[in-house]
Design a protein around this ligand. Structure first.
Ligand code: GLU
Length: 447
């Protein structure tokens, strides 16, 4: 394989799909050396096939807003790679959603799901619907209209969507309600992230953030460090940031900053239980403003408009919001302020230049597809419970999540340990995920 040739071809075929091309380049550069040691991969054109989705559905979503006006959005489902199991991955509702974004997410999901040890292929979907400022009734009508189109393309053994940015328990509930009506199927396994009384797994809401902190603990232990007493700055205040803040605090770390599109909220004394609970209200309000935290807890916080969490002094940075939310300048600012570890919790949260800055400055860095895999892994556990019509306790799910995050960390160490003994977690995660999917594709012939 010649990465540049493949990228030139792909850029010509998919011009302007910048996030997708960025995600592909990162994986190909990581796996190039290993790939070229396997002539059977080259012969079967594994990479050329792997960079194209199995199929993509696009559709119109028309709905009526509270004023009685008709709104039209775009809907998508990208079934990226089904080599190791049914397509699995979230739905993103955000005004910036387009095909490039969902292809990048579906591509990443394929390797992430392979890392979880569970048999799940990679998929992703969503819409350019903007939940900010929408009423609950508008969210419901949109979700129903979205499912009206999607339902025929999903199923517990074909494609199982879940949440992502802009899609949480409320949205999954509205979509599942509509799915049941349309399909006349009562199989809860068609979506994950459901409510706990109707097939949802206990701990799924917390799982991405909890899993990220379990991974971070393993990475720190490997480096001879302990999380207790360390300061953490994280971005976002949605479901993922909430889970991460909860577990970080429980493990004895101090979350000193959270952020939103409007700015950063510094919490010098560390985030409290009341503040963590308030994050849930902030998300449900659909206002998308972190300033609300500072307004609610004025004595313990300081809001600065237009600044990111990366301007705050901390030991560990945890991007928990959106792709490319931490750029080279941010990385340099963190490094200058003494940050020595960054675990990417969002999907592709750091730009390639930021990752390069971290790695060349000896900062411990781990990529999203390893760090945040606990979310989809717990979705996989939810599918298992649904298929068996059983429900596990929080402890059972948490134990399994612990085991999975430890296995992912071990896989990164196995494939990412360099001749000098250092661990390149980007390479480790990409090679481990790739090898599993590539082997499956090889064994299944040309299809
Ligand atoms: N959206 C999450 C992710 O990026 C979870 C997907 C799922 O649970 O299927 O992995």
């Amino acid at each position: 394989m010649n990465v540049q040739n493949i990228m030139t071809n792909l850029e010509a075929k998919h011009p302007g799909e910048n996030e997708f091309l960025q995600a592909v380049r990162e994986v190909l550069e990581s796996i190039e050396e290993v790939y070229n040691q396997h002539p059977e991969f080259e012969k079967a054109k594994i990479v050329e096939r792997m960079v194209e989705p199995d199929r993509v559905f696009t559709f119109r979503v028309a709905w009526v807003d509270d004023n009685g006006d008709v709104q039209t959005n775009l809907g998508y489902r990208v079934q990226f790679n089904g080599a190791i199991g049914p397509y699995k991955g979230g739905l993103r509702f955000h005004k910036a959603v387009n095909l490039s974004m969902l292809k990048f997410l579906g591509f990443e999901q394929t390797f992430k799901n392979a890392l979880t040890t569970l048999p799940m292929g990679g998929g992703k979907g969503g819409s350019d619907f903007d939940p900010v400022g929408k009423s609950d009734a508008e969210i419901m009508r949109f979700c129903q209209a979205f499912m009206w189109e999607l339902w025929q393309n999903i199923g517990p053994d074909t494609d199982v969507p879940a949440g992502d940015v802009g899609v949480g328990g409320r949205e999954i509930g509205y979509m599942y309600g509509m799915y049941k009506k349309l399909a006349r199927e009562y199989n809860t396994g068609v979506l994950t992230g459901k409510g706990s009384t109707w097939g949802g797994s206990i701990l799924r809401p917390e799982a991405t953030g909890f899993g990220a902190l379990y991974f971070t603990e393993h990475l720190l232990h490997k480096a001879g460090k302990d999380i207790k007493g360390l300061t953490i700055a994280l971005s976002g205040f949605g479901n993922v940031a909430w889970g991460a803040a909860t577990k970080a605090t429980e493990l004895g770390a101090k979350v000193v900053a959270i952020s939103g599109p409007d700015g950063v909220c510094e919490i010098p004394g560390g985030i409290t239980k009341e503040m963590i609970d308030y994050m849930l209200e902030m998300r449900a309000s659909n206002r998308n403003k972190v300033e609300d935290m500072a307004t609610k807890f004025p004595a313990a916080t300081k809001f600065t408009a237009g600044k990111k969490a990366w301007s705050v002094k901390c030991d560990i940075a945890l991007p928990c919001a959106f792709q490319n939310e931490l750029n080279e300048a941010d990385a340099k600012e963190l490094i200058a302020n003494g940050t020595w570890c960054c675990c990417e919790v969002s999907n592709m949260g750091c730009t390639p230049e930021a990752i390069h800055a971290f790695q060349t400055n000896g900062i411990l860095f781990a990529p999203g597809k390893a760090v945040n895999a606990g979310g989809v892994a717990t979705s996989g556990l939810e599918m298992t419970q649904n298929a068996a019509h059983i429900s596990w306790s929080a402890k059972e799910v948490d134990d399994k999540l612990h085991f999975i995050m430890e296995s992912i960390h071990e896989a990164c160490v196995k494939y990412g340990t360099q001749p000098d003994g250092k661990i390149d977690y980007v390479k480790g995660a990409n090679i481990a995920g790739f090898m599993k999917v590539a082997q499956a594709m090889l064994e299944q012939g040309v299809c």
